[in-house]
Write a protein that binds this ligand. Structure first.
Ligand SMILES: CSC[C@H]1O[C@H](OP(=O)(O)O)[C@H](O)[C@@H]1O
Length: 249
């Protein structure tokens, strides 16, 4: 099974499948199931769940319960670099997080697990996603995703610091990427660069700009997702599938 986690502005682009509510020990998750594809909108179909209130553990656990092994997460981000232009894509290869009140692990009781995060995103899926974008000649960069708590946007001073450490800034990339690895699932993120971050942008940040840019990227996002869900993956040979092997004390 393939999981697609949709972010801001994606519910209006993707929306096929039978709606199901999946009960997990961390809470409920609403998904759309279409064949071997499970679609989940992290903010809810009506975008009424802010980034700091998303039940990330229920979402990821629900995908695991449904037999999902590979996840493509779609995230909207602000650019921290002039050369990373709105309307382009970023495929993160690492992250830093400054979140404050999120359940960042499944292992907070019972066994103690220290999962390796040397390569947080699935190396196999990153190569596949890069190939898909290259074949379509879509402008993309690889880089570091800086996750903030939200729901506010960042201050100029925060961005002055973050831009030295990362390439894009978002509010939902963490803890999804960690939780997926803790359940030995492969996870890759397709970041839609929707705006320049605060202080790099010449304007104030608006939700309108984010949504307008996503709308303009709609066709490309759809084509990437379509190629991804129809890719012939074969057997997993990556680090993700045995992530717990050397992580339990
Ligand atoms: C409306 S911009 C802020 C909002 O958009 C991003 O969501 P997602 O990553 O789910 O596409 C960002 O993380 C914020 O939640």
């Amino acid at each position: 099974m393939i999981g697609i986690i949709g972010g801001t502005g994606i519910a209006s682009i993707l929306g096929k499948g039978e709606e199901k509510i999946i009960e997990t020990k961390y809470g409920k998750a609403k998904v759309l199931i279409d064949g071997d594809v499970v679609l989940l909108f992290r903010h809810g179909i009506k975008h009424n769940v802010p980034p700091h209130k998303i039940n990330y553990r229920a979402n990821i656990y629900a995908l695991k319960q449904l037999g999902v092994e590979r996840i493509l997460a779609i995230n909207s981000v602000g650019s921290l670099k002039e050369e990373i232009k709105p309307g382009s894509f970023v495929i993160p290869n690492d992250f830093i997080e400054f979140t404050k009140c999120r359940e960042g692990t499944f292992y907070d009781e019972g066994k103690v697990v220290h999962i390796d995060m040397s390569e947080p995103y699935c190396p196999e899926l990153r190569e596949i996603l890069k190939k898909i974008l290259e074949n379509k000649k879509y402008d993309y960069h690889e880089g570091v995703y800086v996750c903030t708590e939200g729901p506010r946007f960042e201050t100029k001073r925060e961005i002055e610091i973050y831009k030295n450490w990362g390439d894009v800034v978002g509010m939902t990339g963490y803890p999804e990427v960690v939780l997926a690895r803790e359940l030995e699932m492969c996870y890759v993120s397709l970041c839609n660069v929707t705006n320049y971050a605060a202080g790099i942008s010449k304007n104030v940040l608006t939700v309108d700009e984010v949504l307008e840019t996503i709308k303009a990227m709609e066709d490309k996002i759809l084509k990437i997702v379509d190629e991804f869900i129809n890719y012939d993956f074969g057997e997993r040979e990556c680090i993700c599938k045995d992530a717990l092997k050397h992580a339990v004390i």
